[in-house]
Design a protein around this ligand. Structure first.
Ligand code: MG
Length: 364
């Protein structure tokens, strides 16, 4: 079975509401969709949303990396030797992690379809159900409390609150949400690098003293400031999760060896896909560090891939895969089934996605 073609299409889906974090505001989910076709007639799908604020990759850079470097490097390669294919995918161009992730996901989908196995089984797992958080966009304390109440009315039990610039306003946000949702709902907070180390220590310590029961604090300070991350991890009792600080295996090793976080948020768009994510999982497990499976603002293709990986590997203690639930419509056929707070994987081969809304493909 050889790789016959690698094509790209584009996707733009309206969100239920504009999505705000400390780094950006987004109104639509936009993605580059990849379609890989084999000489045996099977098709695999992958996806990369341009998330320049985090990955540095734009739509044009993703398309260019795929068509100028990845496609010429992989065409005609024999898929029965997956290691060779992934090694060439990783080395054909430096960085461009999301572009590589889109092709990596499509290759896994294709391989699963070829073997007639769902991806989670191909990765060695047997779990089919996951509990996921839902992200509450950064807003006023009252609005975030109202959004949180709406989420739990729909069935969510875990909320991830996006926070802003630290200090009183962020404490008021978490406090308002906790008051609205009661003690049973699990709360995580994500500062998206918005705090200085001192702001982080003061803000998180205040939340602890107020008994707000925040389970995790994600990326409190600038991604490059590992000394700051280390200070926060030492000074607060709430576990600290590294997100933007960790893209590669080397990043994870640096963070874990310096105790600059208690846990790692793994996202396929940062690692360059499932193949590299698997080595990151092993490193985290060797350090005794649990992981979160996270996503960017991704549609059902990439989030289904992440859900299969999270279901297959026990190092994932938390799942934050809500991209499809933030969209107004679900224009795909097949794939994982997303409902508020829950993801159900099906036994369909690969990712299980049989049709995407993309109608124009370029590449062949
Ligand atoms: Mg994050």
């Amino acid at each position: 079975m050889k790789i016959q073609d690698i094509q790209t299409g584009e996707l733009s889906l309206p969100l239920l509401r504009p999505f705000h974090t400390a780094l950006r505001t987004v109104k639509r989910l936009s993605s580059v969709v990849v379609r890989v076709q084999s000489t045996t007639g099977e098709t695999g799908y992958g996806e990369a949303p341009p998330t320049a604020a985090i990955t540095g990759e734009t739509k044009d850079s993703i398309l260019s990396a795929i068509h100028s470097f990845i496609r010429p490097a992989l065409l005609d390669m024999d898929l029965s030797n997956l290691e060779d294919v992934f090694s060439r995918l990783s080395s054909c161009v430096p960085k461009n992690h999301s572009a590589k992730a889109a092709v990596d996901i499509a290759l896994y989908d294709l391989y699963g379809k070829h073997l007639g196995k769902p991806l989670y089984a191909l990765l060695g797992g047997n779990r089919r159900e996951l509990e996921t958080s839902l992200t509450i966009s950064l807003d006023t304390p009252d609005q975030m409390a109202e959004d949180s109440l709406n989420a739990i009315r729909k069935g969510c039990r875990i909320l991830k609150l996006k926070l802003g610039r630290g200090g009183n306003m962020d404490i008021r946000r978490v406090s308002a949400v906790r008051e609205a949702v009661g003690p049973q709902i699990r709360l995580w907070v994500d500062a998206n690098q918005g705090w200085t180390p001192w702001e982080a220590i003061l803000t998180v310590s205040a939340m602890e003293q107020m008994g707000l029961h925040v389970e995790l604090v994600e990326q409190p300070v600038d991604a490059r400031n590992l000394m700051g991350m280390q200070m926060v991890t030492r000074q607060v009792n709430t576990p600290v999760l590294a997100d933007e600080s960790v893209f590669s295996l080397l990043d994870a090793q640096k963070v874990l060896e310096r105790n600059a976080a208690d846990a790692i948020n793994i996202k396929l768009m940062k690692t360059g896909g499932i193949h590299s994510a698997l080595t990151l999982c092993e490193t985290a497990a060797a350090h005794g560090a649990p992981c979160m499976m996270g996503c960017m603002l991704e549609s059902k293709i990439a989030v289904s891939a992440a859900a299969h990986l999270a279901a297959a590997k026990s190092v994932f203690a938390w799942t934050d895969l809500d991209g499809p639930l933030l969209c107004r419509t679900d224009p795909f056929e097949g794939g994982a089934i997303f409902s508020p707070g829950k993801i159900l994987l099906t036994d369909a081969p690969g990712l299980g996605i049989t049709k995407t809304p993309c109608s124009r493909w370029s590449g062949s």
